[in-house]
Ligand binder design. Structure first.
Ligand code: PLP
Ligand code: SF4
Length: 337
């Protein structure tokens, strides 16, 4: 019989991920970018590697070095700028209690399920995070379950990373089976950018498994620009919505990419077409090498004000900053510098 052959077939998203572009020269050729421009900026790859899927590249405008999707992934000479206040650990998270586990907010605990991602975003604080120390294996899983049992105020587990959807459907199903044994838990939440760069990751099998769970399931996507949301992604999201999975989106406010109310309005419109509601609009974490993406608080507040005019209230994201030591994300309106 052909059983062994069917078992060894890798899912489509893994095959696509294996084809990701990692060389600035290859990206430059694919997009017809000026070779001298590519050469000038590609040295910043030594600070944080380039990685981008072909799907994401196909959404970029060829020949445009300022393309908003390209700017999120292409190494840039400005990353060598050593700006005051931009540090390697802006959230002071590298000293957390247990490996692979962050319990900063009262009712929910965040699990670093996978250290890697399917894209390397230049503005990410992950560019300096010691993920090698945060492997989530059998031992970490049993520590997580012990931790949850010891604190009944936790009712939600957030699967994050890196990107938790780099785990396979079988691995996620197995973890869910363990979490479902804990009567205190109400929800499981997945924080992922992976569907944006590999829409085929939104498999029916995983959606069905989440649908069958007694835990309520949420997917919090990370999309920053309307060009990231194409028909293929919209279709996949609508299918997941059909399985009663709550769909939300968080974005990072990025200079030259989405620091514009019209662009953000369009993003939230195309997401809502796919049943996704906005959640957070984050002020950038002040991570070393990303200062050229920073938008001032005054500008951010002005954009938020314009968004409230352009959109119905339910399509306006909450503008927040993560402040180390605070018991929740902080609305920017409440920050007085
Ligand atoms: C952002 C974050 C959460 C989730 O916060 P919500 O406001 O519930 O979305 C949880 N834990 C950590 C460590 C976080 O950074
Ligand atoms: S997908 Fe998220 S965690 Fe991964 S590099 Fe991008 S911003 Fe960072």
């Amino acid at each position: 019989m052909s059983e062994t052959t069917t078992i060894s077939v890798r899912p489509e998203w893994q095959l696509e991920l294996a084809k990701a572009i990692r060389s600035p020269a290859e990206l430059g050729t694919a997009l017809n970018l000026p070779a001298d421009w590519v050469a000038r900026h590609s040295t910043a790859r030594e600070l944080f590697p380039l990685m981008v899927t072909r799907h994401f590249v196909n959404l970029m405008q060829p020949g445009d070095p300022d393309d908003p999707l390209l700017r999120q992934v292409m190494p840039h000479a400005d990353e060598f700028i050593d700006a005051p206040g931009f540090v390697t650990d802006p959230l002071a998270e590298q000293t957390n209690q247990q490996p692979a586990l962050l319990h900063k907010y009262r009712s929910r605990v965040l699990v670093i399920l996978r250290g890697g991602c399917a894209i390397n975003c230049r503005y990410c604080f992950r560019r300096h995070f010691p993920y090698a120390d945060h492997h989530f294996g059998r031992q970490q899983r049993s520590q997580l379950l012990d931790y949850l049992r010891s604190d009944s105020s936790i009712n939600e587990v957030i699967l994050s990373g890196g990107d938790p959807l780099l785990a396979t459907d079988a691995q996620l199903a197995s973890l869910l089976t363990d979490l479902e044994q804990l009567p205190q838990l109400k929800r499981v939440r997945i924080h992922s950018r992976l569907p944006v760069v590999l829409p085929e990751r939104l498999t029916d099998a995983l959606a069905r498994r989440l649908h069958e769970s007694p835990l309520q399931a949420l997917l919090v996507l990370h999309a920053n620009h309307p060009h990231e949301v194409d028909h293929k992604l919209q279709k996949a999201l609508k299918r997941w919505a059909g399985y009663d999975i709550t769909l939300l989106n968080q974005s990072v406010l990025l200079k030259g990419i989405n620091d514009n109310a019209e662009v953000l309005a369009q993003l939230n419109e195309v997401l809502f077409e796919a049943r996704v509601l906005p959640y957070y609009l984050h002020q950038l974490d002040k991570v070393k090498g990303a200062s050229h993406f920073a938008v001032t608080d005054a500008e951010a507040l002005q954009i938020a004000e314009q968004l409230r005019v352009l959109l119905p209230g339910f399509l306006v994201p909450r503008l927040v900053r993560e402040v180390a030591g605070e018991p929740s994300k902080t609305p920017l309106e409440l920050i007085t510098d």
